[in-house]
Design a protein around this ligand. Sequence first.
Ligand code: HEC
Ligand code: HEC
Ligand code: HEC
Ligand code: HEC
Ligand code: HEC
Ligand code: HEC
Length: 416
Amino acid sequence: MIAFTKTITKWLPLLGLTLLLCLQVAFAQQPAEKPADGGGGDDAAVAAGKALYDANCISCHSPGGEVVVGPGLKGILERRTIDWLIPWVKNSQAVIASGDKYAVDLFNKYNKAVMTSFAFSDAEIKSIFAYVKSYKEPTKTTDAPKDGQPSTASSGDGGYFNVLLVVLLFVLVLIFTVLMLLLSVINRFLNQKTDLNEADLELVNQKFEPSKVFNSRPFIVGVALIFALVTLKATIDGMVDIGIQQGYAPTQPIPFSHKLHAGQYGIDCGYCHTGAYKGKAATIPSASTCMNCHNQIKRGSPEIQKIYTAIEKNRPIEWVRIHNLPDLAYFNHAQHTNVAGLDCSKCHGEVAQMEVVQQRAPLTMGWCINCHRETVVEHANNNAYYDKLLAYHQKQGIKKMTVENIGGLECAKCHY
Ligand code: HEC
Ligand code: HEC
Ligand code: HEC
Ligand code: HEC
Ligand code: HEC
Ligand code: HEC
């Protein structure tokens, strides 16, 4: 009987701790779950809107607050009506030309950057804004949606997890109350007995002492276990993110601005990235390329002095590499820029408007493949090399020859 009381008093704190933790987790889950079911609206339209948004708008607009090329679209339906938005998306230049004050001001504010026009139906545009409205900004930066994998997959698991938690919570409360009841019954019973020795009496009449609880083995084991679990989760999250560095924009040793050099002064990308049209790697310019201009321009600036120091000490400027494919993948710039005629911005965003270069594309295999599935090989129409291929595809009823059709999904094309 005494031994039983001992065991219960020993494990009770741990039970209480688990209970508290479950409560905490359950409540922390609550707000995150809300928008999924409370958002209302037409789920199919939101999903269609998201697909359109990710394919057409995301390169210039964040569905959240921050500015990319254009403004973040958070709260757009409070700023503008849908009747204004539909013609805007179809042809923003026409809205600006009509003299609409809001449009003109916005255009000027964004340095007269021209937004692409889209031949979407009204319903499609409405679905895009339904998605924007339903969009919730991730709380952590690492939670940014990756490569078309929406967070909906995990919200389904989240539902299960919550049900499980509630059940667990209920069982724990039950055990807790039963144990408490047992304990008080036993204590009362033992108190009526007279043949108890000193130590047992102390145990029976003991008061709740926090210091004892914190030093007890079950408590320490419990804390260690929880700590281990949290660490494990962080590690798994970290592993999922490996190799995906979308949004990566490190601070560089010299605050070199593309916005100034490539944007304002219009220096051609190929002037500095000499391999971008000719070779596999685009290459980063050496300090001597900077000197073509900076032996005259802004010599006194401390930032320019860093270039001088690098040359004097014969040490390259240690630029932090941003885009980086793993060794197992083969990528060739000339194939894409020169042969396929793709603009740098297709993969790198509007670098000429970036103060600090940021990785815009996820650079995952899925990203490469998606583009190869969708992109029509345009130059095929006026290139003798492709004539036979084109004729072959037309015979098979394929009107538009995509990169996929010319073997762009074959493993060996991208993997050594
Ligand atoms: C090539 C970049 C680019 C793309 C792609 C693009 N936009 Fe824009 N968008 C802009 C810019 C830049 C502005 C700011 C006005 C301007 O300069 O014309 C803008 C403005 C807007 C505005 C007004 C924002 C405000 O705060 O009032 C809306 C709404 C909008 N775009 C929606 C869309 C949607 C929807 C798509 C996709 C179907 C899209 N845009 C695709 C560049 C782009
Ligand atoms: C005056 C020289 C210069 C010009 C012009 C220039 N760049 Fe750069 N670029 C650099 C330097 C230096 C770096 C490395 C420092 C940095 O990341 O800002 C760089 C970095 C980059 C990176 C990131 C490289 C990495 O580490 O992954 C990209 C992408 C890029 N440039 C694209 C462009 C594009 C596109 C243009 C044309 C619109 C352009 N650059 C024009 C000098 C230049
Ligand atoms: C089809 C997509 C695509 C296009 C178009 C493209 N790039 Fe890249 N770029 C990449 C990828 C992928 C990497 C990473 C390559 C690696 O790690 O091997 C990269 C890397 C770079 C780098 C880092 C240094 C290097 O050579 O790896 C620079 C600089 C760069 N690109 C500049 C440019 C410029 C300038 C243009 C336009 C002339 C351009 N890119 C066009 C996909 C593209
Ligand atoms: C084709 C000419 C040209 C080349 C090449 C060039 N720059 Fe510049 N750079 C300029 C001009 C023009 C300015 C603006 C000067 C001003 O604000 O008066 C400038 C400004 C700068 C500034 C700002 C200096 C300050 O204190 O305001 C930095 C930093 C800089 N360049 C770094 C570089 C680096 C690093 C390279 C080589 C990768 C480079 N530049 C290559 C023309 C060039
Ligand atoms: C923006 C669209 C786009 C993206 C993103 C893209 N590619 Fe491509 N890629 C093309 C086009 C278009 C061609 C066709 C070039 C041609 O006509 O030969 C091509 C061709 C290729 C080829 C030659 C295929 C062949 O049949 O000869 C390879 C290899 C390749 N890409 C690798 C990659 C890798 C690796 C990535 C991702 C890191 C990537 N590409 C991302 C558009 C893209
Ligand atoms: C268009 C180019 C391209 C084609 C085609 C391609 N891959 Fe990849 N693959 C990549 C790139 C780029 C990566 C690196 C992705 C990353 O770092 O996340 C990669 C990564 C991988 C990886 C490493 C694991 C991973 O997910 O990071 C494996 C395995 C792989 N590919 C297998 C294949 C197989 C099998 C095929 C043929 C069915 C294939 N790939 C076709 C571009 C391609």
